[in-house]
Design a protein around this ligand. Structure first.
Ligand SMILES: [Zn+2]
Length: 84
């Protein structure tokens, strides 16, 4: 949905993000804005425990294990076919 800047930040707008993170876990895919790490570190946001479990169990996002787990959680719906 475009670039987003943290709207509650007292840190002079340093936090900007535009991507989403996809966390496959237990048959589901959790999606969150990349700024979640900023919200956790700077604003003490505490995600739901199931999300934390998913992150801790997730293989590195550029690994084959991550890609296989994403597909096992029906992640193929996230890929757009190449346009012709
Ligand atoms: Zn902030």
């Amino acid at each position: 949905m475009g670039v987003h800047e943290c709207e509650i930040c007292q840190f002079h707008g340093e936090a900007v993000g535009s991507a989403n993170l996809y966390i496959p876990f237990d048959g589901n895919i959790y999606v969150c804005p990349e700024l979640i790490t900023h919200y956790i570190n700077a604003h003490l946001y505490s995600p739901p425990s199931i999300f934390c479990d998913a992150v801790l169990a997730c293989p590195p996002m550029n690994s084959m294990g991550y890609k296989r787990l994403l597909l096992a959680c029906n992640g193929q719906v996230l890929w757009k076919p190449p346009s012709e």
